[in-house]
Design a protein around this ligand. Structure first.
Ligand code: MLT
Ligand code: MN
Length: 304
């Protein structure tokens, strides 16, 4: 199984357009210790020829151009793409806006839960995905589907939150319902090797820990290092908890909650522009590396 990190940053990317913190400044200054990152997406293939995207970020056009694996083949027809399918984990802007880059009547399958498909249907701009070519498929929680031959994916509920632009301030949990945010189990059917892609998760419970045991790889929500970092930095008014993202550090954080799970490789992904782990020379980065974690980076390739 080939896994390509298309984008390791959270919504807004790194540096974010209006963020002027020290690490965004270093990234803009091309500091080699602080490389820029595009927004949250990975691509998966078994044969290197046919690819499935997990989430479609606003940076997808750049991500395709930066990764030759996703280019049309030189010896093929004049209109073609190796992208066969897209699977969504929620309807957040950073995960769906890239679908607009995939117009132009190119066939592919688009997998998402009923809640996320309903959100796409309600936003008429996505009608640029010509239904004669793009097949929208509703996934059921905890039921396998196959976005590529030989690849089995299962979407499962994780604690999280409905997309920001769909929040109902008067409703409990801002109106979040099952299927608004999912994790994905991705399995090479023949070998049984599996990995998990969970870019948004508010809490780690025993059920999630049990599910992850034995996986070859975990790509997990690395939005924030500390729950209050955006408030402390004066860059926002929300905690990670309020945004539906567990922080890395602290007694309730993912470093502690996932310390002893039996997973071969653990990488944080969906990293916010305020998170100090984006700086290779930060204490926070050292702490997560010492705890056995890595950081996903744009262009990283992993073979399982
Ligand atoms: C999130 O991950 O919480 C969202 O992408 C936030 C946003 O829509 O900006
Ligand atoms: Mn996001």
């Amino acid at each position: 199984m080939h896994i390509l990190i298309l984008g390791a940053a959270a919504g807004g990317g790194f540096p974010q357009w209006n963020a002027n913190n020290a690490q965004c400044q270093r990234a803009r200054a091309a500091d080699p210790m602080v490389p820029p990152q595009t927004q949250s997406s990975v691509a998966v293939s078994l044969d290197g020829q046919q690819w499935c995207l997990f989430n479609a970020s606003p940076d997808l056009r750049q991500q395709i151009n930066d990764n030759p694996q996703l280019h049309p083949r030189a010896d093929g027809p004049v209109r073609q793409s190796p992208i066969r399918s897209v699977v969504l984990t929620n309807a957040d802007v950073d995960h769906v806006a890239g679908l607009l880059n995939l117009r132009e009547s190119q066939p592919f399958s688009l997998f998402a839960t009923a809640r996320v498909q309903a959100t796409l249907r309600a936003n008429s701009i996505f009608n640029v995905l010509n239904p004669d070519f793009v097949t929208r498929k509703e996934t059921q929680l905890d039921r396998e589907f196959s976005p590529l031959p030989g690849l089995t994916v299962t979407a499962f509920a994780v604690p999280g939150k409905v997309a920001l632009y769909l929040e109902d301030p008067a409703a409990e949990g801002f109106g979040t319902m099952a299927g608004d945010t999912v994790g994905l189990e991705v399995c090479e059917t023949a070998s049984g090797r599996r990995f998990y892609y969970i870019p948004g998760c508010a809490r780690v419970d025993d059920a999630l820990r049990a599910r992850l045991a034995g996986a070859a790889l975990l790509l997990f929500d690395g939005t924030l290092f500390t729950d209050e970092e955006m408030i402390v930095a004066g860059e926002g008014i929300k905690t990670g908890t309020r945004m539906g993202h567990i922080a890395m550090s602290g007694p309730e954080g993912s470093l502690a909650a996932l310390a002893d799970i039996a997973v071969e490789q653990k990488l944080y992904i969906h990293i916010n522009n305020t998170n100090p782990v984006l700086m290779r020379d930060s204490d926070a980065r050292r702490q997560i590396v010492d705890a056995g974690w890595g950081i996903a980076m744009d262009g990283m390739e992993i073979s399982l």
